[in-house]
Design a protein around this ligand. Sequence first.
Ligand code: PAF
Length: 273
Amino acid sequence: MQNLSRAAHRSGRTITLVPTMGYLHEGHASLLREGRRRGDLLVLSIFVNPTQFGVGEDFEAYPRDLVRDRAVAESASVDVIFAPPAGEMYPASYQTYVDVERLTLPLCGANRPGHFRGVTTVVSKLFNIVQPDVALFGAKDYQQLAVIRRMVADLNMPVEVVGMPIVREDDGLALSSRNAYLSPEQRQAALCLSRSLRTAKGLYRAGERDVATLRDRVTAIIAAEPSTVADYIEFRNGDSLEEVGVADDRTLLALAVKIGTTRLIDNCLLGEE
Ligand code: PAF
């Protein structure tokens, strides 16, 4: 992969990378379409990264379907699929990690210790291997995108990071490979996430700025679904990820909710359309 990337750069071609863990859906397809537009060589990486899964999480169960992914990649005119075996990415001698500090402490970082260390490590490795000019990530993983932007700035990585909007089903459910775990009843219950975001945005648009009031409404919507348990319901500054008490346009509402054993995340900025 590195040789191929070097040759592409030598011949003056730009490289775009869409890093994924596979089991591609329309959200990934939207990244690939934008990636196709932004570079000459479009690389899709597919790697279920063991270092970003904690003990007892769904690494083994994470859905995988390389045959289907290849078909999605072909229809998005991907030039290269980079799908390395775990043993090549992390040989037995492996011992180097990349750690972003403050931004990884709250939200998913608090609930999934070590998760972002795994993400930033594998993304650094992918950047070194693929050498992209541009890399695209979805905004559903809002904190992941913020952490990757921080890492790229802090370590002077020569990559433009592009964040792409969340893609939703018609009924509001944010697309996620983990939606595959949901039963039809759980899928219905999962709509409480997008309903919460819509309600909070509506209240904000109507003039509500008190975060405690907004949080109470969201908590009630999620608690009304018997099969759900909220991991977090948080209102934070959309840039620093620090907690806020008074909402503004850049306030991030971030949710992580367990529906049965499936943990889903979703988010919005209160001021966004
Ligand atoms: O968002 C994902 O699919 C993963 O966290 C990423 C960025 C591909 C790193 O493994």
